[in-house]
Design a binder for this molecule. Structure first.
Ligand code: UD1
Length: 402
């Protein structure tokens, strides 16, 4: 199992606040991580891969000299907004663009700005650039309108160097936030409550360097679990943390898959043919929106009709049309998709328009009859480390062409 993309990215941003180098172990080699490293390098932070397995990130922020995040780099990775809290906290200013990332509908950053504003930042926007300046930087008591993962993390990071105490209410509870708390505390910060909906941060004057190992990627684990389910195969996922994927386990069991939870991993055996089930995406510990497209791929082959309701993002059914090219019968109506299971899918040429929809197409392709060509795989490289190598090792017939 690789380290979690969504955990390592905010940690990389947080490391600019340290006064000494940080070592982030078990970091995945992903395009998003490389882009984040390029952003850090562009503002004077020294980043290099190290360690016996080459999966440790050494980050030395002592050369930090700029608060300006390059527009072209920013468009490549949404997580660049994680630099807002840390740079405001460390330098008192930040300049960013509206962020890029996956094309899964509008993703505003109003909650990030609201939180950082309450801590003392003033923002001006012109020509798509956002300039933030903080003459004072103080702890706040803030209630988030919705439990946004990114806003929780941005405020939590910025609060580590604020004057006084910050309380974030209605905070997101995702495991990556608990991991970020672990990283920040190993930098000497005082963060409590991550994983519950109230987080308390006591601000300090400075943070030291940290050595920290990133948690296993629960969405990668979920994707491989769904892969076993859709192919009727068996998989042992070493180091997967069962507690992090309970919602996925529950749904896979409803489709007829066997899931055995062990302290050091998970075993999944796929059903002969999946049973239909209904899925509603929700913030953690609900069913993760990042697993919704993969679940949809599985349900295209179910013996009956399933309904998926997407409540986290507005427009996250891009994979439905592509799955349709492979013979799936899916009707999308706003935030609901109705999937009439078919006995088999057939190979086709399909396009991965974003990271998780790309994963769902690969899953469908592995189960389909005939050859499928998936284009747009740069989207998969954003979030899956050695994806095709891992699938080949499991017996899947997959190759990267061009
Ligand atoms: C993070 C994950 C992403 C996952 C998502 C939901 C990272 C790097 N990415 O994204 O993989 O799909 O959580 O689990 O960790 N919203 C606002 N205003 C804001 C912020 C968010 O309206 O200021 C809305 C979003 O449009 C969305 C919802 O809140 O509808 C949830 O978004 P959020 O939890 O912030 O997701 P991200 O942090 O962007």
């Amino acid at each position: 199992m690789s380290g979690a993309k969504n955990a390592v990215l905010p940690m990389m941003a947080a490391s600019v606040m340290a006064s000494r180098p940080c070592l982030i172990q078990n970091a995945p080699h992903l395009v998003d991580v490389e882009v984040m490293a390029a952003i850090l390098t562009s503002i004077g932070v020294h980043v290099r891969w190290t360690g016996v397995t080459g999966s440790d990130l050494y980050i030395d922020p002592s050369g930090l000299r700029s608060h300006v995040v390059d527009e072209a780099l920013m468009r490549k990775v949404r997580s660049s907004i994680f630099l807002m809290g840390p740079l405001l906290a460390k330098l008192g200013k930040v300049e960013v663009s509206h962020p890029g990332g996956c094309d899964i509908g509008p993703r505003p950053i109003d909650l990030h700005l609201k939180g950082l504003r309450a801590m003392g930042a003033r923002f001006e926007e012109s020509h798509g650039r956002i300039l933030g300046v903080a003459e004072s930087w103080k702890g706040v008591d803030i209630h988030l309108d919705i439990p946004s993962v990114g806003a929780t993390e941005n405020i939590m990071m910025g609060a580590c160097l604020a004057e006084g105490v910050t309380i974030i209410r209605n905070a997101a509870k995702e495991p990556e936030i608990v991991d970020l708390q672990g990283f920040l505390n190993s930098m000497g910060a005082s963060v409590r409550g991550a994983g519950t909906d109230v987080i308390r941060v006591e601000g300090l004057k400075s943070l030291k360097g940290a050595v920290y190992s990133v948690m296993p990627d629960r969405i990668e684990a979920g994707t491989f679990m769904a892969m076993a389910a859709i192919t009727g195969g068996e998989i042992w996922i070493r180091n997967a943390i069962a507690e992090h994927v309970q919602a996925v386990i529950a749904k896979l069991r409803e489709t007829g898959a066997d899931v055995i939870e062990k302290p050091d991993g998970l075993f999944v055996r796929g059903p002969r043919r999946p049973l239909p089930t209904d899925v509603k995406t929700l913030p953690y510990p609900g069913f993760p929106t990042d697993m919704q497209p993969q679940m949809m791929a599985l349900l295209t082959l179910a013996d009956g009709t399933s309904v998926i309701t997407e409540t986290v993002f507005d427009s996250r059914f891009k994979q439905a049309e592509e799955l349709g090219r492979m013979g799936a019968r899916i009707r999308v109506d706003g935030r609901t998709a109705i999937i009439k299971g078919v006995p088999a899918l057939s190979g086709a040429q399909v396009e991965a328009t974003d990271l998780r929809s790309g994963a769902s197409l690969v899953l469908a392709a592995l189960a389909a009859e005939g050859v499928t060509v998936v284009t747009g795989i740069q989207n998969l490289d954003r979030g899956y480390e050695k994806f095709e190598d891992k699938i080949r090792a499991l017996g899947g017939n997959i190759a990267r062409v061009d």
